[in-house]
Design a protein around this ligand. Structure first.
Ligand code: PMP
Length: 296
């Protein structure tokens, strides 16, 4: 599903076949979830194959490592070049790129002195499937307390929380979970950020308890360009009742509308929502096409 016998990946300075790659079973990453990663997308644009926000993603990878004390000293430019070479070697254009910084053998709970870099790529459709709106539920799992973990870092172990929330939502018959933070404010989905529309204004949870998404920032920039008012603030789940529409955004998910939360549908049809315009603008931006938008 992710690789074939011909797939090439990057491992510690070399491009090798995925089937020939080996890892050490005594890595702290495997045992304790202590590693950092990124999720990046490349698109076949009007101007050739382009990795969307490549610098931002690799900068965040370095920041994630620095925040938790993983010694990782690749230059951002070098990482971008590796990613482009990887796409070329695998003859991929519309693809997902996954760099993973993982630790050398160390069974102690001390910071590692040596780390490894793996980067791979595969074709991945929109995370939630074809264009449709999601049925979500409020998860019984909260996002972790920022005093326990570095929530602004994309660290492998944090995704235990994401897997628990996603699995619970699916068992309950929903497409996706929406998690609250420790103060019962809306935080984010297991792998995407959240926006809500009310009376012509978009609202998104402020930073602190969430991953500062690169797509979230792109949406904020699109709002500025399109003159859509937007606020970053604490949002209570009770506010969902009077909201007009809502959507998730993330590199893998892109922009995806939400049909209902806890079986309560939003009143505005998705295609009339601000989210639908943002979705179009985002599509154009990743494909490097021009976009025109008129507020009626
Ligand atoms: N929140 C979480 C928990 C995520 O895993 C992701 C995906 N990286 C996002 C938000 C969205 O981030 P981005 O837009 O940078 O992909």
């Amino acid at each position: 599903m992710y690789y074939t016998k011909d797939t090439i990946l990057f491992l510690n300075g070399k491009f090798i076949k995925a089937v020939d790659a080996h890892t050490d079973l005594y890595s702290q990453t495997l045992h304790y979830g202590f590693g950092a990663f990124e999720g990046i997308r490349a698109y076949q644009t009007m101007n050739g194959v382009k990795i969307f926000k490549a610098y931002e993603h690799f900068e965040r990878l370095k920041k994630s490592c620095a925040l938790v004390g993983i010694p990782f000293n690749y230059e951002t430019e070098e990482l971008v070049q590796i990613a482009y070479q990887l796409l070329e070697k695998n003859e991929l254009s519309d693809a997902y790129i996954r760099p993973l910084v993982y630790c050398a053998p160390n069974m102690q709970l001390t910071q590692p002195s040596e780390v490894y870099l793996m980067m791979c790529t595969w074709e991945w459709e929109k995370y939630h499937g074809a264009d449709r709106q999601l049925k979500m539920c409020i998860s019984s799992y909260q996002r972790p307390n920022p005093n326990s973990l570095k929530m602004e870092a994309k660290v492998t172990g944090h995704y235990v929380n994401s897997i628990l929330a996603t699995s619970e939502a699916k068992v309950r018959g929903y497409d996706e979970a929406l998690m609250l933070d420790m103060n019962s404010n809306i935080a984010e989905a297991p792998g995407a950020n959240f926006f809500l529309e009310k009376d012509g204004v978009l609202h998104t949870p402020s930073l602190g308890h969430i991953l500062p998404g690169i797509t979230r920032q792109t949406v904020l920039n699109i709002c500025r360009e399109l003159d859509i008012p937007v606020t970053e603030r604490q949002i209570k789940p009770e506010e969902l009742e009077s909201a007009d529409s809502a959507f998730l955004c993330g590199t893998a998910a892109e922009i995806v509308g939400i049909e209902s939360i806890d079986a309560k549908p939003f009143r505005k049809p998705w295609f009339d929502s601000l989210g639908a315009s943002i979705q179009e603008a985002y599509k154009c931006q990743v494909l490097e096409k021009s976009f025109s938008y008129v507020i009626i």
